[in-house]
Ligand binder design. Structure first.
Ligand code: ZN
Length: 510
């Protein structure tokens, strides 16, 4: 055995623990009876502690040193070198984060999330405020421990999107605002209700479930290596590429809920199922900072796949021209007066709204910018927790032209800050940007791709994504991946171009 093999075997065992953690988390969010919550929390904490102690051990340092010495001078682009570099970077950061800080964030998070849920129900920001203040203080402590050059936000976003910074996001947001704000204004000026409201009818849940299975299969999700289940907050999680779990939720009236959540999570699932088999149980399918077995290059890169399949494919006119008849096979009565074009319009209607998770493709990014700008302000001390509701409402007015009638539909709507997830919001917008860049590159490289998609051939696109992106797991950063396929890093132009083209056409703008 070489030193590199020794390290790989050590990481493989750590990776097994991460997959077991994922299994417990999947069960907790899908199957576990409510009574199991208390003990499950302890099981997760014990296992996390065990996993972390293996990763930050002196044994890891010894194996890393030996493997680095052995591999010195090897091709810098090889998976081996990349796996080593990522293990080393994460090891150094993890050693800098005091173990008790992680424990304090987790303990406060469990309490704070419960307080937040009640505060949201009762529209009572004041009761959540002290917890948010403590959570903010702990996140500032975490940022200091991780280290940063310019802005504490840089340290926190590094956990989700390595290479991204507050300064770079500022530039990206400025570009997006310049394109999206006027587009929303033009759409709002002409938007009118559709002639038929499809979401008053009732859609049988068992039929919805069969339709969702069919749609996931259609885009290439492999049910021999995956499952679709139900969860109140849909998610995807994997226990290696050979067992990928996706979830959705059902609303008897609002069919798009289950349908697009399924396409979204199946898009995440396609990433995991198409990672090269040799990356299983290696550093290139482990998020060492988040202690999470996941194969995508970053959170943003993972979100690219879900948003590409959900929105750019699943909400396209071509898709519904072809598959509306399947929908009508399931729901002939509900869809009797509708056609493919009406359905396409109904699932793409743009309207500024108060709630992020209900937002359309165009306004969604504005919700993300608002949250990210507030997080940055909180971390640098420019915004006080006491002033959050007013600042939130002012920004809502500025970006979306709406003022929330209460904090429940304003500053209290998202769970993220209660458990300390500072730095994660921008990954949703980064995913949208990458999705547009990747799809534009695929079309440029395969001139017949549009014709193939219009015929319902999704394999060609899936194969391209596998060869160019999915199979590499975490080997490349977002910018590196994009540079390999488009010869440039993250760029907002293709997303703005996509939104402009799709919605000018849909709304007859000129
Ligand atoms: Zn997602």
């Amino acid at each position: 055995m070489t030193a590199y093999d020794d390290l790989t075997a050590h990481i493989a065992e750590y990776h097994d623990l991460l997959c077991v953690l994922n299994t417990l988390k999947w069960d907790m969010r899908t199957m576990m009876p409510a009574g199991g919550a208390g003990e499950r929390g302890k099981q997760l904490a014990t296992l996390s502690k065990l996993a972390k102690s293996i990763f930050v051990s002196d044994e890891t340092a010894r194996l890393l040193d030996a493997a680095e010495a052995e591999i010195a001078g090897a091709d810098a682009d090889s998976y081996h070198v990349r796996a080593l570099r990522q293990t080393r970077d994460a090891y150094e950061i993890q050693r800098r984060i005091p173990a008790d800080l992680v424990g304090r964030i987790a303990a406060l998070g469990a309490q704070s999330e419960a307080v937040w849920a009640k505060a949201k129900d009762e529209n009572d920001f004041a009761s959540f405020k002290p917890y948010l203040k403590q959570m903010l203080a702990l996140n500032i402590e975490l940022a200091e421990a991780i280290g940063y050059a310019d802005h504490p936000f840089d340290a926190l976003i590094r956990q989700f999107e390595p290479g991204m910074t507050a300064a770079r996001l500022g530039q990206i947001f400025a570009e997006l605002k310049a394109g999206i704000l006027p587009l929303v204004e033009r759409i709002v000026a002409v938007d009118a209700p559709l002639p038929l409201n499809l979401w008053e009818a009732e859609y049988d849940l068992a039929a919805q479930k069969r339709l969702c299975q069919e749609m996931a299969t259609l885009i290439g999700f492999d049910f021999e290596r995956g499952r679709l289940d139900t969860a109140p907050h849909p998610f995807e999680i994997s226990f290696t590429r050979d067992d990928v779990r996706i979830t959705t939720r059902y609303d008897a009236n609002y069919l798009p809920m289950s349908l697009f959540a399924t396409l979204h999570e199946a898009g995440h699932g396609l990433y995991e199922q198409n990672i090269a088999p040799e990356l299983t149980r290696t550093a290139l399918t482990a998020d060492f900072l988040g202690q999470y077995a996941v194969g995508g290059a970053s959170f943003g890169a993972h979100e690219f796949s879900s948003r590409l399949w959900e929105n750019q494919i699943g909400r396209s006119r071509e898709f519904w021209r072809l598959h509306f008849s399947r929908l009508r096979d399931y729901f002939s009565e509900q869809m009797a007066a509708a056609d493919a074009e009406l359905f396409y319009r109904a699932v793409n209607r743009v309207r500024p709204s108060l709630i992020r998770v209900e937002a359309d493709e165009v306004t969604y990014n504005l919700h993300i910018m608002l949250r990210t700008e507030i997080e940055m302000g909180l971390l640098e001390g420019a915004i006080a927790v006491d002033d959050l509701p007013e600042i939130w409402n002012a920004k809502m007015q500025e970006y979306l032209g709406l003022t929330p009638p209460d904090d429940r539909r304003g500053v209290l709507q998202d769970v993220h800050w209660s458990f300390g997830g500072f730095g994660s919001f921008p990954t949703y917008t980064i995913g949208n940007i990458i999705a547009a860049q990747a799809l534009a590159a695929a079309h440029a490289q395969m001139p017949d791709l549009a014709a193939k998609l219009a015929e319902g051939d999704y394999q060609t696109l899936l194969t391209w994504l596998r060869e160019n992106i999915y199979r590499h797991g975490r080997a490349y950063s977002t910018d590196e991946l994009l540079t390999r396929v488009t010869s440039e890093g993250l760029n907002t132009a293709p997303l703005l171009d996509y939104l402009e083209r799709k919605y000018s056409d849909l709304y007859g703008l000129n």
